[in-house]
Design a protein around this ligand. Structure first.
Ligand SMILES: Nc1ncnc2c1ncn2[C@@H]1O[C@H](COP(=O)(O)OP(=O)(O)O)[C@@H](O)[C@H]1O
Ligand SMILES: C[C@@](O)(CCOP(=O)(O)O)CC(=O)O
Ligand SMILES: [Mg+2]
Length: 391
C-alpha cells in the first residue's frame, strides 16, 4: 500500500513577518505543490530501515529504525493524535542522526532542519516502523513560496493517512480530501515541523497549505476569504538564496531594539492586511469597479513593501524588481520572508499583454525567473495505491 499526499505552496499578499508579531496577514495557495509518497515494506522484504529520498536533490538518507529508537530512547513519543513540540534537546539528537550521514552539502545547512523535522514527524506519527518516504516538489526551496510548509503538510498528511487517527477509505480512487478534524490535526503537526525549520513561525504558511484557497490569518486564527475577482500575479524569483529562520530572527532583534517604532510598523501592516482582505472580498460588477479595486490593491502592496523595508527584509535584488516593474507602472512587493526570494507584481485585468511581455523580458535579462501561478486552489490532498510495494 502506497499513500501519496500533495500540498501547495503559497503567496503572502500582505502581512509577512508582522504576522509573527500578531498582525493580520492575507495568503493564498498556489498551484505548485510538494508531493510525498509513503510505503511500508512487506514482511518478505525483510527491511529494517527508514528511508528518505529527496528526489529533486538526489539525496537518499536511511536509518535502521532500531538506531533511531535507541537515540531517542524515552524522548520519542508515538502519539499521532497529540501534536507535540520537539524540545531543543531532541532537535539536537535528531540533527546528529541527520549529520551522521554526511550527505547534505555544506552550502545547504537549512536542508538539515527539514530532514530533522521529517524524523520528528515520522517517529511521533508512525513510531519506529521501517518505511520508504519519497519527496518531490514543484516549489523552489527557500524562495518565499512556502516550500517548508508544503513539505511539513504533505508529510504530516501522508503519515496520518496511514495511521489510526484518520479514516479515509484506502479503496477510493483519485485525490481525496480529509475532513475538518483531520485537517486540523495535519495543520497542528505541520506547525510543529515548521517550528523546527523556522524557529518561530506564525503558522500562516502551514495553514494555507493545509486548507488551500485564500485566507486571512491573525494570532493562529484563520478566516477563509471568498475572492470576488480573480487576481493575476506575476511571481519573480530573484534566485537569491536566503533562509526564513534567519530573517524572522532579524526582525525580532529589531523589535527588541526599537519596540515602539516596530509596534507602529506592525500596526500599520495589520490595517493594510485588513484592507486588502476587504477589497478582495468586495463585489466588482464592471471593469471600472475592477480597476478601482486593483488600484487600491496596488497602493496597499507598495505601502506593505515600504514597511517590509522598515523591518530590514528587503534586498538589492528585490529593489531591482521593484524599479523594473515600476517603469511599466506595475506595483510589486516581496512575498514570504524576503532577503531575496520571490517578488509579487499585480497584473491588472486590463493590462496589455505587450507590457507584461516586456517587463518579463527585462526581468529575465537581470537573471530573474518569472512565472504566473494559479492562485487559490485546493489544499492538502491524499491518494492511495493499493497495488504498490516498497522500493
Ligand atoms: N522538498 C523538500 N525536501 C526537503 N526539505 C525541504 C523541501 N522543501 C522544503 N524543505 C525544507 O524547508 C527549507 C526551506 O524553507 P524556508 O527557508 O522556510 O523557505 P520557503 O519556505 O520560503 O521555501 C529547506 O531548507 C528544507 O529544510
Ligand atoms: C516571514 C513569514 O511571515 C513567512 C515566511 O514564508 P517563507 O518561509 O519565506 O515562505 C514567517 C511566518 O509567518 O512564519
Ligand atoms: Mg518557509
Amino acid at each position: 500500500m502506497e499513500v501519496r499526499a500533495k500540498a501547495p505552496g503559497k503567496i503572502i499578499l500582505a502581512g509577512e513577518h508582522a504576522v509573527v508579531h500578531g498582525s493580520t496577514a492575507v495568503a493564498a495557495s498556489i498551484d505548485l505543490c510538494t508531493y510525498v509518497s509513503l510505503t511500508f515494506p512487506t514482511n518478505s522484504d525483510n527491511d529494517d530501515k527508514l528511508r528518505l529520498h529527496l528526489d529533486d536533490m538526489a539525496l537518499n538518507f536511511f536509518w535502521p529504525v532500531g538506531k533511531i529508537k535507541e537515540a531517542l530512547s524515552e524522548k520519542g513519543s508515538h502519539a499521532p493524535s497529540s501534536p507535540k513540540s520537539c524540545s531543543a534537546e531532541t532537535i539536537n539528537i535528531l540533527a546528529a542522526l541527520v549529520e551522521e550521514q554526511n550527505i547534505i552539502p555544506e552550502a545547504n545547512i537549512t536542508l538539515g532542519a527539514g530532514v530533522t523535522a521529517f524524523l520528528w514527524l515520522y517517529t511521533c506519527i508512525q513510531g519506529y516502523k521501517p518505511a520508504t518516504v519519497i519527496v518531490t516538489s514543484e516549489l523552489p526551496l527557500g524562495s518565499g513560496l512556502g516550500s517548508s510548509a508544503a513539505f511539513c503538510v504533505s508529510l504530516a498528511g501522508a503519515l496520518l493517512a496511514l495511521s489510526e487517527s484518520t479514516n479515509l477509505d484506502p479503496n477510493q480512487q483519485g485525490w481525496l480530501s480529509f475532513g475538518e478534524k483531520e485537517l486540523e490535526l495535519v495543520n497542528k503537526w505541520a506547525f510543529e515541523g515548521e517550528k523546527i525549520i523556522h524557529g518561530k513561525p506564525s503558522g500562516i504558511d502551514n495553514t494555507v497549505s493545509t486548507y488551500g484557497n485564500m485566507i486571512k490569518f491573525k494570532s493562529g486564527e484563520l478566516m477563509r476569504l471568498k475572492s470576488n475577482t480573480p487576481l493575476k500575479m506575476l511571481i519573480t524569483n530573484t534566485n537569491v538564496g536566503r533562509n526564513t529562520k534567519a530573517l524572522v530572527a532579524g526582525v525580532s532583534e529589531r523589535t527588541v531594539k526599537h519596540p515602539t517604532a516596530m509596534a507602529a510598523v506592525f500596526k500599520a501592516v495589520d490595517s493594510i492586511s485588513n484592507e486588502v482582505a476587504t477589497i478582495i472580498q468586495s463585489p466588482a460588477h464592471d471593469d471600472t469597479a475592477v480597476t478601482e479595486k486593483e488600484d487600491k490593491l496596488e497602493e496597499l502592496m507598495e505601502m506593505n513593501q515600504g514597511l517590509l523595508q522598515c523591518m530590514g527584509v528587503s534586498h538589492a535584488s528585490i529593489e531591482t524588481v521593484l524599479r523594473t516593474t515600476l517603469k511599466y507602472k506595475l506595483a510589486s512587493k516581496l512575498t514570504g520572508a524576503g532577503g531575496g526570494g520571490c517578488v509579487l507584481t499585480l497584473l491588472p485585468t486590463l493590462s496589455s499583454g505587450i507590457v507584461v511581455d516586456k517587463v518579463i523580458k527585462e526581468l529575465e535579462a537581470c537573471g530573474f525567473q518569472c512565472f504566473i501561478a494559479g492562485i487559490g486552489g485546493k489544499g492538502l490532498q491524499i491518494s492511495f495505491n493499493s497495488s504498490a510495494s516498497s522500493s
